[in-house]
Design a protein. Structure first.
Length: 99
């Protein structure tokens, strides 16, 4: 059985991005899971749009950080799920040829 690559990629992006958006928004409102966001921003530099650098500011100044971090999650999940589905389909097709 093979994956439908566009459908799998889109569903994976949605499944990964929505919880990350909720986490980043929740962190911006009450500093919940700030350590996880700090770790995420060490791996994905946001520059001036860092969510953790504006943690003592108002919520409206944190919105660019939420957007940039969510875009990083969407791009990462797109790349990983696309490569995974292509690799899975390739391995599935080579397994059928051997039989």
């Amino acid at each position: 059985m093979k994956f439908n690559v566009p459908a799998f990629t889109l569903s994976s992006v949605i499944v990964c991005t929505v919880p990350a958006l909720i986490l980043f928004t929740w962190c911006a409102t009450n500093n919940f899971a700030i350590e996880a966001v700090v770790l995420f921003e060490k791996l994905h530099p946001s520059g001036a749009f860092s969510l953790t650098n504006t943690i003592s500011s108002s919520f409206s100044s944190k919105i660019p950080g939420i957007i940039f971090n969510t875009l990083y999650v969407a791009i990462d999940s797109f790349i990983f799920s696309f490569v995974f589905s292509i690799l899975y389909n390739w391995l599935a097709s080579t397994g059928k040829k051997r039989k």
